[in-house]
Ligand binder design. Sequence first.
Ligand SMILES: Cc1cc2nc3c(=O)[nH]c(=O)nc-3n(C[C@H](O)[C@H](O)[C@H](O)COP(=O)(O)OP(=O)(O)OC[C@H]3O[C@@H](n4cnc5c(N)ncnc54)[C@H](O)[C@@H]3O)c2cc1C
Ligand code: FES
Length: 252
Amino acid sequence: MIKKVSLEVISSQYIAKDTVEMVLKNDYISQDAVPGQFLHISVVGHTLRRPISIAAVDRHKQTITILFKVIGLGTQALANYQVGSLVDVLGPSGNGFPIEQLSSEDTVLLIGGGIGVPPLYYLGTALKERGIKVQSIIGFQSEAYVFYEQAFQQLGDTYVVTNDGSYGYKGFVTDVVDKIAPFDTYYSCGPAPMLQAVTNAFPHKQGYLSFEERMGRGVGACLACVIETNDDAGYKKICQDGPVFRANEVKI
Ligand SMILES: Cc1cc2nc3c(=O)[nH]c(=O)nc-3n(C[C@H](O)[C@H](O)[C@H](O)COP(=O)(O)OP(=O)(O)OC[C@H]3O[C@@H](n4cnc5c(N)ncnc54)[C@H](O)[C@@H]3O)c2cc1C
Ligand code: FES
């Protein structure tokens, strides 16, 4: 259930170019959140909340980790929050990645691009805990933006791709799919063109996509986040029905 809560900043640091890792403490969200959900964060001085995915939780320490790229005024203001500050959050928000159907015999492929990488880390840790084999492809603009490579490697085989080839493989995440071992299900998060390319690369696989497109008020009323479905369901709202959808369920 979504609640309005205050989260205390435990730590905040830049871990790559324009990319902040922030650890927050809260006894409710840390116990309730599942992979794929996000925090809807109110930043002082800005009316609209900013959605940021949950990248990790530690239920014992009651902490939630988020990773965000500083791209505008809201994320810049959030990056300026000091240790001990309180962050106003609605959460845990959205529907997470479906994983109940997987068995410990299954192999999963995670494919993340840029700010789509963080929610896949939480997903990967949850899958590994269930004994599910994980492989990952993570893509970034260039070497300066790469983060969490070692963390993903601890989950399983990991391929890093950069658009300019300054680190890892050169190109797009879909350029390394021929290196991947056979898998059963994929989960992907990143910009819409990447999600389209991933869907095209695996037309016969079961897959789930998480959309991080811009949102409005995030409570299902403003229609700023609607997305057209490929079936009779008409339009769906990323903030309420997503951010995770089955591949091919919605028009990208
Ligand atoms: C469900 C969900 C989960 C998300 N999780 C993360 C996350 O884990 N880490 C992270 O870094 N970001 C994440 N985002 C994106 C994040 O919400 C935006 O980057 C943030 O709201 C931008 O706020 P701002 O005030 O800094 O930028 P603004 O001042 O609002 O915009 C600055 C510039 O960035 C562009 N922009 C704004 N939002 C987006 C967006 N969503 N996608 C692409 N361009 C955008 C604007 O068009 C503008 O050019 C997520 C978005 C959604 C919907
Ligand atoms: S953000 Fe307003 S309906 Fe989804």
